[in-house]
Design a protein around this ligand. Structure first.
Ligand code: HEM
Length: 467
């Protein structure tokens, strides 16, 4: 079966969806005998529910995940059991801190005011087209770094500076998908030879290290309090205190902090920027949705008298239910984390009837779950924010195993709420102030990457709504 996968490597997510659709949602993949590639692919909500929630303890990420995602070290994404519990508990308690949401809102607001709008204004004045995906990636990179490292690299500025760490994310996520498609021996050989996507991954690794290590205060700086102050809440300060003395597998405390912080920047950067990019593409193709979002904004908030630039804070954007539905609909069709790994510790039988021996590689195709006709109805491929609006006018709850964009069960995304705050503040501000028009003739498709960005970016032209 490997040749078919390689032939469709450029459109892996759609290929998998077509195959899974034909097979009722679950498919046993057989690779060459030497390649350690046999796996079970599924997008069936009953299987997802079973694996992610009901029988969670039998499905750790496992050594396979750690091998492929070695760049993430001992961070939350690749850890299991006690280490995962420690990361989860610590991160959640920091994000539940009374000041966290205040700090988050200020960071987003500042980045919109001093980064996003000046850059959009500049391109608008010049009449140039822009790559909206790149703008959002820079936006979320800066805001994630400020939130996690207490340092804003200002990659979102008019001259769009080259910052190796910012670009490294794209190379890393692409290489990580290739590791899923190639026999282990092949990507390991490429790594050893330093060629192909493995070469880029090694460079990305270097760029992450060079960027993150200098942000971690040395022991002496921590103890004399030059960087770590009690009165100011910051995630970095919180993690430094919580993980004092904690070492990574390499035996180094700073390595453990590096892994912890990198995971959070990874979590925040690509997921949110990718969702915003697909969202603006979808509303450009569905002008009636754009009109409804504008109407919702106008019904809830009065125009400013001088009609100059208007921003929306977290509290205001919470009122925008239809906009929330449109973002959920975007995440249903384009979940940024399109697939997830699992491996049973003990043999199991899935609700679909498949018997799976211990250590079977299981890939959950979240991208396909969001597109199945038998799950979402005949209009499953249409962009309809209305399907998210309940009879009472609020957001309709869909179980996470049917809508797994934020994962399901005990490993559900910790940043779900904050990502909606961020996306709604950005989307409402942009839609109120600008009309986004697609540049004609561009081809838009999901990239071959672990995060489904747009392969060639999204080229748009902007026009101001209020002169
Ligand atoms: C649209 C935005 C987002 C989406 C779609 C999303 C989706 C996901 C998914 C699918 C996972 C599971 C990944 C895995 O286990 O391999 C996950 C985990 C996680 N997400 Fe998010 N995420 C988003 C934004 C964020 C943000 C802004 C943060 C905050 C920094 C965040 C923090 C995390 C963390 C810490 C985990 C690990 C949870 C665990 O393993 O227990 N996410 N997210």
């Amino acid at each position: 079966m490997l040749p078919a996968v390689l032939q469709n490597a450029h459109q892996l997510h759609d290929y998998a969806t077509a195959v899974l659709n034909e097979c009722g949602g679950t498919y046993e993949f057989k690779g060459p005998w030497f390649a350690n590639m046999n796996m079970l692919a599924t997008c069936d909500p009953a299987n997802i529910h079973h694996i992610m929630s009901k029988n969670f303890s039998n499905y750790p990420k496992g050594p396979e995940f750690k091998k492929i995602f070695d760049i993430l070290g001992d961070g939350i994404f690749s850890s299991d059991s006690e280490l995962w519990e420690l990361h989860r508990k610590t991160t959640m308690s920091l994000m539940n801190h009374a000041k966290f949401h205040q700090v988050l809102e200020k960071i987003i607001w500042d980045k919109i005011e001093n980064g996003l709008l000046p850059v959009l204004d500049h391109f608008n004045k010049m009449g140039n087209e822009i790559n909206l995906q790149e703008i959002f990636q820079r936006f979320t990179f800066d805001s994630s770094c400020k939130l996690v490292l207490d340092y804003d690299p200002c990659s979102l500025s008019i001259d769009l500076p080259y910052i190796p760490c910012e670009k490294a994310f794209n190379d890393a996520t692409k290489a990580l998908l290739h590791r899923h498609m190639l026999p282990e021996s092949v990507w390991k050989l490429q790594k050893w030879l330093g060629i192909a996507t493995e070469k880029k991954l090694a460079k990305a690794w270097e760029a992450f290290d060079q960027f993150i290590y200098p942000c971690i205060p040395l022991k002496e700086e921590q103890s004399n309090g030059t960087k770590v102050q009690d009165e100011d809440f910051s995630l970095l300060t919180g993690f430094l205190k919580a993980y004092k003395g904690k070492r990574s597998a390499s035996g180094d405390e700073r390595d453990f902090m590096r892994d912890t912080l990198l995971a959070l920047i990874f979590a925040g950067r690509d997921t949110t920027s990718t969702t915003l990019t697909w969202f603006f593409w979808l509303i450009a193709l569905n002008p009636r949705v754009e009109i409804k979002i504008l109407e919702e904004i106008q019904t809830n908030f009065h125009d400013k008298e001088d009609k100059t630039c208007r921003f929306f804070n977290a509290e205001e954007s919470r009122k925008l239910v239809y906009l929330h539905g449109a973002l959920c609909e975007t995440l249903r069709l384009f979940p940024p984390v399109a697939l997830e790994h699992k491996s049973p510790v003990r043999p199991d039988i899935l609700p679909s009837g498949h018997c799976i021996p211990q250590n079977t590689k299981i890939i959950l195709f979240f991208y396909s779950t969001g597109r199945m006709e038998r799950i979402w109805g005949k209009d499953s491929l249409e962009f309809k924010p209305e399907r998210w609006i309940s009879k009472h006018g609020g957001i309709k709850h869909e179980p996470s195993f049917k809508f797994p964009a934020f994962n399901a069960g005990p490993r559900t995304c910790i940043g779900k709420e904050m990502s909606f705050v961020q996306m709604k503040m950005v989307a409402a501000t942009m839609i109120y102030n600008y009309h986004v028009q697609l540049v004609e003739g561009q081809s838009v498709s999901p990239s071959d990457s672990i995060i489904i960005q747009m392969k060639h970016g999204l080229k748009v032209k902007l026009s101001k709504r209020h002169a």
